[in-house]
Design a binder for this molecule. Sequence first.
Ligand code: FA5
Length: 341
Amino acid sequence: MAEFAELELLLKEATDRIKQALHTEELEAAITGYLGRKGELTGQLRKIATLPKEQKKDFGQRVNQIKDTLTALAEARREQLAEAEKAARLQAEAVDVTLPGRLYRTGHTHIMFDTIFKVKEVFAGMGYEIVEGPEIEYYKYNFEVLNYPPEHPAMDEQMSFYINDERLLRTQTTAYQGRQIPLHTIPMKVCTVGKCYRRENVDATHGHTFHQVDCFCIDKGISMADLKGTLQEFATQMFGQSVDVRFRPDFFPFVEPGAEIAISCVLCGGKGCNVCKGSGWLELGGAGMIHENILKSMDIDPNVYSGFAFGLGIERTPMLQRGIKDLRLFTENDLRFLRQL
Ligand code: FA5
């Protein structure tokens, strides 16, 4: 009987393919090829109609037997393959717990952040209230309130970053004074630290963006001696016992008298070296007694009260403490530099 022989051949062929399938995908393809709706064994059932009547039953039974045999075989092979594949996957994903761990680099605070923190700590320790001021500032607070004459060159467009006619990036932290004095009652000691912006020809000691600390103190009987004592204490805490503070006359519209502040060179001890350019002194900022025009504009009687104010650049401090020659290094994000600090 050719039809029965064909069935047996099919059984042998399908058995081989199922047993030899090397992975699940190949096995599933074989199962579909033989047992699926359009599979070869299913196709055999359609032959029944063409067979003589006495063979129909046997043929049908044999097809069903073969189907059961192949289904059981496929199921067994499926389990075998799934197990082998799982074992292979576990092997591939295995973690060798004896290997050394990966090193995580932890970052650290930036040198400017550390310096600012220390500066605030020193002034807070002297009783100053630490406040914030906006970096985008009104022209009014940055210049007008600070007694600038209308033609003063610092207000020139060429020297500042103007946002519009009324606002600019503050060029000095002193801009906070006009905001803070009305918020306080006498006696007052206020300090702010933050970024300032100027249109500079950037070089090793001048940035377009830099930091300043500004302080002011208003009370009865405040004098230049208090100012100098305060700055001496600051310099000692930042740079050490042996540092001297020097005042030389200077002009700022918001103070009278005004002074340039310098400290004795921390590298050569005042003898003269290439950092202090042989002078023995390093300039830190400006200071003076708050101008009486400002006190009057804030309804403070200059005959009863007086105050001092000063503003210092901050980049200078870590440059001197660490012998850093170029302030651009602070913002260039070069890890070879930053990791050393
Ligand atoms: C002022 O900005 C005044 N507001 C200081 C002041 C405050 C005087 C209160 C009187 C009373 P000056 O422009 O000199 O002053 O700047 C002060 C310090 O900021 C400088 O000595 C310097 O250390 C720093 N500084 C100024 N411009 C730059 C810059 N482009 N890059 C880095 N640091 C700067």
